[in-house]
Write a protein that binds this ligand. Sequence first.
Ligand code: DX5
Ligand code: ZN
Length: 223
Amino acid sequence: MTDRISPSILSADYGRLSEALERLAAAGADMVHIDVMDGHFVPNITLGAPVVRCLRGSTPLFFDVHLMISDPLRYVGDFAAAGADRITFHVEADSDVAATLDAIEAAGKEAGLAVKPGTPVDAVYPYLRRLSMVLVMTVEPGFGGQSFRADMLPKLRALREECARQGVPELDVQVDGGISAATIGQAAAAGANVFVSGSALFGSADMQAEIARFKALAAAARQ
Ligand code: DX5
Ligand code: ZN
């Protein structure tokens, strides 16, 4: 299982995003997590495809785009054209899941499917073989800086078992929300291997050291 760290620029200074991307690259981030919120699916608004397109021009980092929007199918083409590498959308959104996966595949992008805390994880089971990643939210989506919900750990365990049952044991399982040095071990031990972190990483004095520490803690917790 390869662990990957996906810092969320939700915690960056939105007036200086290209500097944030440089900081992430220098710190050894495996990718950058871009939170897209529409003020409808979640009670907050962040940025859209035009901003992703501008960021694409300033970094080769893998763009891990998390759509918290009501109608992802409508915007898949925009985000793909803007330079997203993986497009993750919510199983709770209004768009047809299979049709949205079709659109992401047609655009030649990786697909991720996300579940909110209140949604049983088996909602994603019918789609596992079409996904590059499942995202299990460990906070209610909408805002950074919330506390990690340990009551989501059983979902991670169940998902990892189901991945093995379906013959995709190495599927990436991402956790997003409240990930820090204090919580990453629990998530790793339960089956996660891709860790989004906003406030903990952007608030650290030495992001490179903190990313290395996160990876060491994840590996140790899995022993
Ligand atoms: C929340 C976002 C997260 C957020 C995580 O809706 O999806 O990606 O940036 O921030 P922290 O790590 O501060 O919980
Ligand atoms: Zn996110």
